[in-house]
Design a protein around this ligand. Structure first.
Ligand code: ADP
Ligand code: ADP
Length: 228
């Protein structure tokens, strides 16, 4: 699903953000990406979501070499990726339904399909009854779940999350992680960048650790803790 093949990234200012990074996340796998602030996590996510290009090496998503894409292919690849951010970036003057519907409206789905899919996605995150509410009427954890519903509404094979629990307390964070787990069990590949080691220590998933732009660990979180 995600393959990094000797990837290095130097930003225009000369800042070396990644050095010879190699890893592979298989279809249907769930994995974490951890590391301190400035380690290179966001850069990895930006390379996957085509917001940045590698300086050296190859990034493959769902079998497509991102370096070989023409401009017109980019929207098709992006469609395969659901993105979740720390701040959910909801439109506060629209209903929950309209927020989740947005990606489908942009893609020109019929009203009937939109209703069906938005309801399915809201059901999945446990917020079907809040469809007509304004986001402001929801708690922080619920708003984050609306963001997740929006990210999965067109059923992408890959879900990417950048610090998805950054603003949430431990209990809500765990709820969000359980939701990712459920999405993964429904067949989605899930890749989550976080610095919340305490949270992921309670979940037995693969963990990639990045430090100063280098991948220094790749294994089960248990092993990582033992090695520290
Ligand atoms: P993390 O997400 O782990 O905090 P980043 O990937 O954001 O790390 O950053 C990795 C390194 O690249 C840092 O040294 C950061 O300052 C640098 N960096 C990130 N984005 C840019 C950019 N757009 N231009 C220049 N340097 C950047
Ligand atoms: P149909 O193929 O009959 O038109 P759909 O393709 O809309 O039906 O839905 C098929 C199944 O996928 C349903 O069980 C529905 O609940 C589920 N589903 C719909 N949207 C999503 C979603 N965003 N994420 C996960 N499952 C979904």
């Amino acid at each position: 699903m995600i393959k990094f093949d000797d990837v290095s990234k130097t930003y225009p200012g000369g800042q070396l953000a990644l050095q010879k990074v190699n890893f592979h996340v298989a279809k249907g796998e769930m994995a974490f990406l951890t590391g301190h602030s400035g380690a290179g996590k966001s850069t990895i996510l930006k390379l996957i979501s085509l917001m940045e290009r590698p300086s050296v090496g190859r990034v493959l998503i769902n079998g497509h070499d991102l370096g070989q894409l023409s401009h017109k292919d980019i929207p098709y690849i992006r469609r395969d990726i659901g993105m979740i951010f720390q701040s959910h970036q909801l439109l506060m003057d629209r209903t929950v339904f309209d927020n989740v519907a947005l990606p489908l409206v942009i893609e020109g789905y019929s009203r009937k399909q939109i209703t069906k899919r938005v309801h399915a996605a809201l059901d999945l995150v446990g917020l079907l009854s809040r469809a007509q509410n304004a986001p402001m009427a929801l708690s922080g954890g619920q708003q984050q779940r609306v963001g997740i519903a929006r990210a999965i509404v067109n059923r992408p094979p890959l879900l990417l999350a950048d610090e998805p629990t950054g603003n949430l307390d431990p209990k809500l964070s765990m709820e969000i992680m359980r939701l990712f787990e459920a999405l993964n069990q429904s067949g989605m590949s899930v890749f989550i960048a976080t610095h919340d080691l305490g949270l992921i220590a309670r979940m037995k998933y693969r963990n990639l650790t990045i430090k100063n732009g280098r991948l220094i660990e790749d294994g089960l979180q248990e092993d990582v803790l033992l090695n520290e």
